[in-house]
Design a protein around this ligand. Sequence first.
Ligand code: PLP
Length: 386
Amino acid sequence: DSVFAAIVQAPEDPILGVTVAYNKDQSPVKLNLGVGAYRTEEGKPLVLNVVRKAEQLLVNDQSRVKEYLPILGLAEFNKLSAKLILGDDSPAIQENRVATAQCLSGTGSLRVGAEFLAKHYHERTIYIPQPSWGNHLKVFTMAGLSVKTYGYYDPTTLGLNFQGLLEDLGAAPAGAVVLLHACAHNPTGVDPTVEQWEQIRQLIRSKGLLPFFDSAYQGFASDGGECFIAQSYAKNMGLYGERVGALSIVCKAADVAGRVESQLKLVIRPMYSNPPIHGASIASTILKNSDMYNEWKIELKAMADRIISMRKQLFDALTAKGTPGDWSHIVKQIGMFTFTGLNSDQVAFMTKEYHIYMTSDGRISMAGLSSSTVPHLADAIHAAVT
Ligand code: PLP
């Protein structure tokens, strides 16, 4: 008998498992709205033109070799990534106070940050929003941190539970780490307003909390005090499987940042030694060339605009059908996802009867939708709620 005979079958991952179930479905009308990966109007994965161009440049450059990168990855990529998230004129960068490590996309950046905190930080509690991306709890728990939640989403308004957020963070112990979705909160699509962000910033600084920004969908970052930032190029450059990301630790002083960087290497070396070279080279090639950078921004905007247009089309389709309920949150929410408010029974019904796949919390990826599939989704939602 196998020494592993007693091992029980593990459940599928709640998000990635949606695709596993989708792949098994034989229906021609099946629709995968589970994973947050961009699809074209034709439902196909998209490689950005600017990414193809950068890859071509890299392939043609015969001086390029396949040597190991340093433990912290490509230095140029790290500089450009910090600049992208903190801004061109960031005082933290000018004063050399940022320690950056190229990591395995957003997840790897979060995990390295978590391991660093577990080893070097006095407060072991991290607060994540309720709800949050499903992997946050596991990433931080596996690193040895204690995970608590703060109020974020109000199911009655389908909006931000700002009072709950302020109360929970206000009651957090001094020094506690606070995970913030930099923008386009996953799964709810609900972000604080600029004024609310300012209040959150003041609360965090007055209580001496340590902010850890998860920027999987690029955008907002607060400069000034110390903070952690996990960046992913999966969605905004479409580099999903290349696993391109960065962890930046903004410190108060350059000498601290230097020591932090030295310790980051000790955290990373036994985890995976050093990161892969190809994807980070693509990202650097684009970020350092102003023509390619502008091209990237145009392509990124086109992806964002298509998602916004899907929101409008779905909202219009439900309105035209007279589907009971207020569906304005579909157009109000931000980012790749709509948190529909559908419950797990309704989701199961839509999967069974309409072959539509999504996470059981009612989150749909708008990026997986197209003009041709909106009517099918609207029919399914209508049937699920009536
Ligand atoms: N954080 C959030 C909130 C996400 O939604 C995701 C991806 O879905 C990630 C982090 C990490 O993604 P990746 O590791 O592919 O960059």
